[in-house]
Write a protein that binds this ligand. Structure first.
Ligand SMILES: C[S@@+](CC[C@H](N)C(=O)[O-])C[C@H]1O[C@@H](n2cnc3c(N)ncnc32)[C@H](O)[C@@H]1O
Ligand code: SF4
Length: 454
């Protein structure tokens, strides 16, 4: 185990820097209302003649109750009516998008949330029927869904298999009782293990588990116990997220007692312990926060240098366009990003008025796509050939070199190397990959407040 678990003062200083997660570049704070539903419609028209497959993301912003740490765009619902009404509008949105895009080939589908298993079975069936009618879904398409294990039954898992789901992500976060009580999410090990068993019995063999560190009352001891149990359950992939405490954006996080949150040094130790245990348990590290068994498609994509980043984090999805459906979803096209109205009411008004629900976005301009590529390579592979990447987009490497000045503390300390073309992070500096990537963000500091990097 090469990882340094005793962080130096310099690493701590950098760990405290606020930088984006770079699930897009330019990042969401730089989206504006200049991108309208007409702009986005025009982008879909331009894609319509293409034979290249697209991927689809469907957002379901409902949960039975809200976990106090949650950073997702969702709200609590107890009744079925609002969820059914939302599904009906999603069907209208599928029609509106398909009318512009045409019968595109689809290589990836992803249901995210919120909790997509909040959708009643007949709504899921109707939505899948529409998607099959409107698009050409490849027989080998990956079809993934995010699930809350507290609401997953054996029948529910069989139904998901019947609509073609091939991969499911279960929100585990922690198996420690005291931490579960502090975050308002009680789900004993039996519930999580039951979710794994139900999915496997239904034939959904690819399972991801989401884990978190930096939660209130979390300790090294509780991380150790949780990771040991999760490794025994043997999910194919594991995401390990540091709790992002952003109460100025997510007001329910004010319920999280700041006095009970681990400090920066403890967060770094928790992340390092979890990573070391996962690697010892046979997982390959993928980028800054994912782990995969060696035979998983993400591990193979990492080896083949064919990994991508999107709003879900790391993905094997290399499609040119990701079409977001549902409130707050973000679409990425070769021309730019378009985000739907963030609130379900605003999104519904647009869809029911018969037009796309774009509220804001960002058209790519100038060096954006090149910088996005540099940042993605740093976060996917911890290295990047700056010269080759600049040339690929018709630029001179000189436009990227000023970024190196920001990295001089890392270069001086030997955490980052630069041989005139290639920039590479050494192993123990992977924790600061987001900070290194941010050196190539031309918009950093021009708005937006982010969570800590580690
Ligand atoms: C949409 S949720 C997962 C599905 C389902 N709703 C559930 O919770 O079981 C996606 C994941 O984001 C992570 N997450 C949520 N809030 C977070 C936060 N504030 N900081 C870091 N990760 C967070 C959690 O690991 C969560 O499982
Ligand atoms: S973590 Fe999952 S279940 Fe909890 S509020 Fe967020 S989206 Fe809903």
């Amino acid at each position: 185990m090469t990882r340094h678990v005793s962080p130096s003062a310099a690493l701590l200083d950098h760990a405290r820097r606020m930088v984006p997660r770079y699930t897009s570049y330019p990042t969401a704070p730089h989206f504006s209302a200049e991108v309208t539903h007409e702009t986005y419609g025009g982008w879909l028209d331009r894609l319509s003649g293409s034979t290249a497959p697209v991927s689809l993301y469907l957002h379901v912003p409902f949960c039975r109750s809200i976990c106090s740490y949650c950073g997702c765009t969702t709200k609590a619902v107890r009744r079925e009516e609002p969820v059914r009404a939302y599904a009906a509008d999603l069907r209208r949105e599928i029609d509106l998008v398909a009318a512009r895009l045409g019968p595109a080939a689809v290589s990836h589908l992803h249901w995210g949330g919120g909790t997509p298993n909040a959708l009643p079975a007949d709504c899921l069936d109707a939505l899948m029927g529409d998607l099959h009618r409107r698009f050409r879904i490849a027989a080998d398409a990956e079809h993934a869904i995010e699930l809350d294990p507290r609401h997953l039954t054996a029948d529910g898992a069989r139904h998901l298999a019947s609509i073609g789901i091939t991969r499911a992500s279960l929100g585990v976060q922690t198996l420690d009782d005291a931490v579960q009580a502090a975050i308002g999410r009680v789900q004993p090990l039996e519930v999580v293990a039951g979710g794994f068993a139900a999915l496997r019995a239904a034939g959904i063999a690819a399972i991801n588990a989401d884990l978190m560190y930096g939660l209130p009352r979390q300790t090294l001891h509780s991380i150790e116990a949780t990771v040991a149990e999760v490794v025994r359950l043997a999910p194919n992939r594991i995401s390990l997220f540091g709790y992002a405490h952003v109460p100025w954006m997510k007001s329910h996080q004010k319920l999280v007692s700041e006095a009970e949150l681990p400090g920066a040094p403890e967060r770094i130790r928790q992340a390092a312990l979890a990573r070391d245990m996962l690697v010892a348990g046979g997982y390959l590290e993928i980028g800054i926060d994912h782990f995969a068994l060696p035979d998983d498609s993400m591990a193979r994509a990492r080896q083949a240098r064919d990994l991508h980043r999107n709003f879900q984090g790391y993905t094997t999805d290399g499609a040119d366009a990701l079409i977001g459906l549902g409130a707050s979803s973000i679409s990425r096209t070769p021309f730019g990003y378009a985000q739907n109205a963030p609130d379900a009411a605003g999104w519904r008004r647009a869809i029911e008025a018969g037009h796309l629900a774009t509220a804001k976005g960002r058209a790519f301009a100038g060096e954006d796509r090149m910088r996005a590529d540099v940042i993605a390579q740093i976060l996917c592979y911890f290295d990047v050939d700056l010269s080759k990447t600049a040339e690929r987009y018709g630029f001179s490497v000189d436009v990227l070199l000023p970024g190196l000045a920001d990295l001089s503390p890392f270069l001086d300390a030997g955490w980052v190397t630069f041989d005139g073309r290639c920039l590479a992070l050494v192993t123990h500096a992977q924790d600061v990959a987001r900070v290194v990537a941010s050196a190539f963000d031309a918009y950093l500091g021009q708005g937006g407040r982010h969570s800590v990097a580690v």
